[in-house]
Write a protein that binds this ligand. Structure first.
Ligand code: GAL
Length: 676
């Protein structure tokens, strides 16, 4: 675990700071307000390339020297970003070929941000140069908390540089064209390649693209961006800087990175997280992002960005009220974040994001939102001891693992599957949501990682599986684990080639079933199962081989046929759901399954009250984070002390709707929650 995340300095608090966009007098007020709020960390330089290198090879860092001196004097640390997410306008003029090309052939140019062709040699060289410059100049600065390389890697290029690099990647993967032709099944539609030069990224074409090519291109893009990241890190290290390095992942509705791979290249894993709804499900989204990131990181991690005051939903920004901002901030921390950092410090007066939220809103510090920022700063100081990491063991004890795999996402993104409404992200999220609602802690698991510690392992729809993953799942069940496999998992190999003879071919032996037909349902159509569950989107005509029936279709075309099957293997079980359970039924399924296997909620009484309870382990013991999202007051009682109020909880602590508590538990404490 890195120094940043070791926690001895408490939690990091602050956010993106862009003083180059403001006159000097504002900097003075910034320092005063940061001190008032207890800000200890900023992220600087993220989009500063054009001012830092106004002409090719000519650096002007006097302003950055001044920013750093200002922060230093105020006692505030900084992450220094390499500004490579946004090349300056001169870069387009000098290297037009280093601009990204969309699948339809449109070349995108500067004027926004994130305009770069990741494989363009000129872009890569310019990135190395600017990283080296910054590392040589600031790499030893005592206030440097770490390097924030780039920002949210994710611009996909389909141009000539990408094509050349993709071919090199494919040559390394397949060795010769006949192996590639076989893997890509190019006998179909006259796609057989006879020359490497003919292979292209999946560009705009007349009809459906080759699915194996699509998924390989996604794998290539992740590897290519990782190589670009590694090059910057190499420059930083070559300049002698030993500060911790991270790059901020984005957790959106698309995914361009294999985060498990990337996590291995970072000293500390960080993410940016923006709620995708202003409704109550936003709270589950915080938990989802946090559990994922803690799992990628293998422990503590950093929240680099969230929005202090707004929630963007398609075409409007709703207000994120102060209570919610505080609950969300503690929600990330409860699940392993060592920081509460925001985008951004001060709301812009102009520019494309001037209506984005900030710690200091347009109105200025005389605002309820800034009051809340000051309140949050004080709270983080009050709970500082929680940041100290335990000498060993996980931060959160979880008995359930959900398999997460970027390949699973990418393969379900290929065109023309039986029902394109099926989304990997939605399946993973729905499973996590059920566990969140049940108050049960869970981790995400990398395919083929050690999963023996999990009593239950969930595999949401993972259409394509390689041999090693199949063996891993089999070994898990044989060792006594309880595996739950979602519909349309293991139907194909890693190149999307369907296994013949009955679905899901790769897992038929393990699951003990044979599916004859996949029968999607029309949008909005539902059916019931014999156990009362409601299903949607997807059904399968399934025959039991060595499995037993758990529930059958109660109505519809498949009435009377098995819908959920379970095969016993020694002490373990493998369960297959051939249909998509609606969320309510999925919740019930998971609650029953957890009860059956003795997996209990963190605080059983809290379930259903709107009180989220997370137990985080720290160096000095266990802490209960109590985040009250509900509408009725609750009382929580047990032997402990609330760090935020200094009050004992022995005779009960009242939490009104929206309130939070962080309770240091006394060993052996038992807890009760009652509605008031
Ligand atoms: C992030 C990005 C920030 C800012 C923010 C707005 O994804 O890193 O620079 O644009 O979104 O929500």
């Amino acid at each position: 675990m890195s120094e940043i995340a070791s926690g001895t300095a408490g939690f990091l608090f602050g956010g993106d700071y862009n003083p180059e966009q403001w006159p000097r007098e504002v900097w003075t007020e910034d320092m005063e307000l940061m001190r008032r709020a207890g800000v200890n960390t900023t992220t600087i330089g993220v989009f500063s390339w054009a001012v830092l290198e106004p002409r090719e090879g000519e650096f002007d860092a006097a302003w950055l020297d001044e920013v750093i001196a200002t922060l230093d004097e105020a006692g505030i640390s900084f992450f220094l970003a390499t500004p490579t997410a946004s090349p300056p306008p001169w870069f387009t003029r000098v290297y037009p070929d280093a601009m990204p090309v969309r699948p339809d052939g449109t070349r995108v140019v500067h004027g926004s941000r994130d305009t770069y062709a990741i494989s363009a040699p000129a872009y890569r060289a310019a990135c190395r140069r600017v990283a080296r410059f910054l590392a040589e100049r600031y790499g030893q600065h005592p206030r440097l908390r770490g390097w924030h390389v780039h920002n949210e890697y994710g611009t996909i290029d389909h141009g000539p540089h990408a094509a050349a690099a993709f071919r090199r990647w494919l040559q390394a993967k397949y060795g010769d064209l006949s192996t590639l032709n076989d893997a890509w099944y190019t006998a179909f539609w006259s796609q057989h390649y006879s020359d490497w030069e003919d292979i292209l990224p999946p560009r705009q074409t007349q009809y459906l693209a080759n699915p194996a090519q699509v998924v390989d291109f996604k794998r290539f893009c992740s590897d290519e961006m990782l190589a670009a990241y590694d090059e910057q890190v190499a420059e930083i290290r070559a300049a002698g800087s030993t500060a911790q390095v991270t790059t901020n992942f984005m957790l959106p509705t698309w995914n361009h990175l294999d985060q498990w791979d990337w996590a291995e290249h970072q000293d500390v894993v960080s993410i940016d997280h923006y709620l995708d709804t202003s409704g109550p499900d936003g709270e589950a989204h915080v938990a989802y992002a946090s559990d994922l990131t803690r799992s990628w990181a293998g422990g503590a991690w950093l929240l680099m960005e969230q929005n202090a005051t707004g929630i963007r939903e398609t075409d409007r920004t709703f207000v994120k009220d102060s209570d919610r901002m505080i609950r969300n901030s503690l929600g990330y921390i409860a699940r392993g974040s060592q920081s509460s950092l925001f985008f951004q410090w001060r709301a812009g007066a102009a520019g494309a994001e001037s209506w984005h939220g900030a710690l200091v809103p347009h109105t200025g510090p005389q605002s309820r939102s800034f009051d809340a920022v000051v309140r949050l700063g004080a709270m983080l100081a009050q709970i500082a001891e929680v940041a100290e990491l335990p000498a060993e063991g996980p931060l959160i004890e979880a008995q359930i693992g959900i398999v997460w795999d970027a390949n699973g996402w990418w393969s379900l993104d290929t065109p023309h599957l039986p029902n394109e409404e099926l989304s990997y992200a939605a399946e993973v999220r729905a499973t996590h949501r059920s566990l969140w609602r049940a108050g049960i802690a869970c981790d995400f698991v990398r395919p083929r990682a050690d999963a023996t510690g999990y009593r239950i392992l969930a595999v949401p729809s993972m259409f394509a599986l390689d041999d090693a993953t199949v063996s891993w799942l089999t070994a898990y069940v044989e060792a006594g684990g309880h595996l739950v496999v979602g519909h349309f998992t293991g139907v194909a190999d890693e190149n999307q080639r369907v296994v013949l003879g009955g679905y899901p071919g790769r897992l038929r032996d393990l699951l003990g079933v044979r599916v004859e037909e996949i029968r999607p349902l029309a949008a909005g159509r539902t059916h019931t199962l014999t156990d009362g569950a409601e299903i949607e989107q997807w059904t399968e005509r399934m025959h039991l081989e060595t499995a037993d029936e758990v529930a059958a279709y109660a109505d519809g075309d498949l009435a009377g046929l098995p819908a959920i099957a379970r095969r016993r293997v020694g002490g373990g079980t493998a369960t297959y759901l051939s249909a998509r359970l609606v969320q309510k039924s999925r919740d019930a399924f998971w609650t029953t399954l957890c009860q059956a296997h003795g997996v209990t909620p963190t605080l059983p009484d809290a379930v259903g009250t709107g009180l989220e309870v997370v137990r985080r382990r720290a160096a000095r013991g266990d802490y209960l984070f109590c985040l009250h999202h509900g509408n009725e007051a609750v009382r929580i009682a047990g032997t402990g002390e609330d760090l935020l109020t200094g009050r004992t909880t022995d005779r009960g602590l009242l939490l009104t709707p929206g309130e939070v508590a962080v309770i240091r538990e006394r060993p052996g404490a038992t807890w009760h929650v009652t509605a008031v």
